[in-house]
Design a binder for this molecule. Sequence first.
Ligand code: GRF
Length: 205
Amino acid sequence: MTDPAPARLVVLISGSGSNLQALINATSDSAYGARVVAVGADRDGIAGLDHAAAADIPTFVDSVKDYETREAWDRALTAHVEQYQPDLVISAGFLKLVGAHFLAAFGDRYINTHNALLPAFPGIHGPRDALAYGVKIAGATLFFVDAGVDTGPIIAQVSVPVLDDDTEETLTERIKVAERAQLVEHVGRLVREGWTIENRKVRIP
Ligand code: GRF
């Protein structure tokens, strides 16, 4: 029997794209079971787009400021992603909340990686907020996106220690190392094994 076609991943980014690069690296092994078919961003001039181009992956940019309304942006982003017929859409440092159109199209297969242990410290300053609170353990959460801010069903979490002399930068970097490994492992498992969600409980068989 021939192997099934690799699952199609569309990755959305806003920055350095180290999570994207980790996924691209993983997909070079055909046993991983997926390939990145497109990378979308909400801004130009970011390193993540260069990573995609270096790997010959098509890219697109939809900036909110280029659209008259947030809804028009959401429709455009949805249409762009739809073109690539993704099996899974991955927000990897994508700093925009998608809207109703996007969730109607991809809400059953749109995941996000967040650099805090949800439900603590949602939003865009996870490591900074964790440090300010004085927690001793920080980490990252991979979850299915719903209409809330970092509130969807959790796929996986990984913890790292917070050290006494940590700065926002050192903690952020420690989290990112663990976060990338978690993302790569669980995206692979999701596409190869499938999943169920019942009462917020995500199970990968
Ligand atoms: C990740 O830590 C993610 O949790 C946060 O932004 C970071 C993205 O990093 N929202 P990169 O662009 O993948 O390097």
